[in-house]
Ligand binder design. Structure first.
Ligand code: NAD
Length: 363
């Protein structure tokens, strides 16, 4: 489920056929300057859902690539998380610092509304809850909303909670216990999610080594939870049991893998493997990889509870986030039975669920 750059050397329909996309929409509005792409990958499980990214793409095809790639990623994420939604994504071509306006987001909202519920949007890189409020003025098909508009509220604590569930299942598999007491964990990035990862690990009695490019933040978090700090470029070589990437993507790569001394990689960051083969390299090195989209699905599961059940319920949503533990167990089983790396087993798990529900829907 990963791609290199430049796939649009392939014709768009060839690409869509290869990965079985349903729709690709282009939205243009001269008055507001809106140029957006909405990609719908697979709606077997439910309406295509996924955030709206705003980014200054150098080339139009980069925006199309991003929308398609991210939409397919959402199909897998929801499928594996047990959520009844399909994969979709919107991207707005533009600078989020200078080109945002109420009218721009309302224009996108009107285009989304025309799709009549086939696509549901939300917050993503470059967009905020305030932007979602503008979209909501034109369409009900928005998932990430502030609580006063029926949204779930902050989701980062639930993303962190889910990450710990996936980590515990991996730990149980390797060490026979899901207690993390006394384990040394190196956490990269203590932002919205990383902070809560550190908090939960501290509660578990883990020994913590943390880093962040914001040194003041790292120091404050370390003081609060009794962690050590290291410089950002030293985090990979920390002698530890678990490395938890909670900042950037592509941090598992040719340069970092030789430095790693951990037994498990489990964090909330998206797209941790620079390329799929880095998942194989981890395996060869005897490092257990918790697939990123399994580990970081907690916020999504929490956030989409309202779409699944009509009204958000905190207890039910949190219970469903906790099920990431069982999902991870199932993925470990597939990896073992089929003798494949965990990142591939996660894809199989997701594909199987979609295949089975497709058959059920034929009844
Ligand atoms: P954030 O911006 O709040 O936090 C990221 C932190 O990482 C910041 O403190 C930043 O200073 C730090 N950082 C950036 N580059 C770094 C580096 N090179 N070394 C060390 N620290 C660095 O973001 P977040 O919402 O906590 O998300 C973190 C990751 O998790 C992202 O990859 C995001 O896509 C993913 N994710 C987040 C959620 C969510 O609920 N917020 C859900 C799924 C996935």
């Amino acid at each position: 489920m990963r791609y290199g750059k430049g796939f649009l050397a392939m014709l768009i329909f060839d690409y869509m056929e290869k990965y079985d996309y349903e729709n690709l929409y282009f939205c243009q509005d001269k008055a507001t300057g809106l140029k957006a792409v909405i990609a719908l990958h697979d709606t077997t499980l439910g309406p295509a859902t996924g955030g709206c990214r705003m980014w200054t793409y150098d080339r139009e095809e980069d925006a199309i690539e991003d929308a398609l790639r991210l939409a397919r990623g959402m199909t897998y994420k929801y499928a594996a998380a047990g959520v009844n939604l399909g994969g979709g994504k919107a991207v707005i071509i533009g600078d989020p610092k200078t080109q945002k306006s109420e009218a721009l987001f309302r224009a996108l909202g009107r285009f989304i509304n025309i799709l009549n519920g086939r696509y549901i949007t939300g917050e993503d890189v470059g967009t905020t809850l305030e932007d979602m409020e503008y979209i909501r003025m034109e369409t009900p098909y928005v998932v990430t909303l502030p609580e006063h508009l029926g949204g779930a509220g902050p989701i980062s604590p639930y993303t962190a909670f889910g990450t710990i569930q996936a980590l515990k299942a991996a730990h149980k598999h390797l060490f026979g216990t899901d207690s993390l007491a006394g384990r040394r964990v190196a956490v990269q990035g203590v932002g919205s999610v990383g902070y809560h990862v550190v908090e939960l690990l501290a509660k578990e009695g883990a020994n913590l080594v943390i880093t962040d490019i914001d040194l003041e933040k790292a120091k404050a978090v370390a003081a609060k939870f009794g962690a050590e700090t290291v410089a950002p470029d030293k985090i990979y070589e920390v002698d530890c049991d678990i490395f938890s990437p909670c900042a950037l993507g592509a941090v598992i790569n040719d340069e970092t893998i030789p430095l790693l001394k951990c037994k498990i990689v489990a964090g909330c960051a998206n797209n941790q493997l620079k390329e799929a083969r880095h998942g194989d390299l981890l395996e060869e090195k005897g490092i257990f990889y918790v697939p990123d989209y399994i580990a970081n699905a907690g916020g999504t599961i929490y956030d989409t509870d309202r779409l699944m059940y009509g009204q958000h319920n905190k207890e039910r949503a949190a219970r469903n986030v906790a099920r990431i533990y069982q999902t991870m167990e199932a993925i470990i089983r597939i990896a073992k039975e089929e003798n494949i790396p965990t990142y591939q087993a996660a894809d199989r798990y997701a594909e199987r669920r979609i295949g089975e529900i497709r058959k059920v829907k034929n009844i």
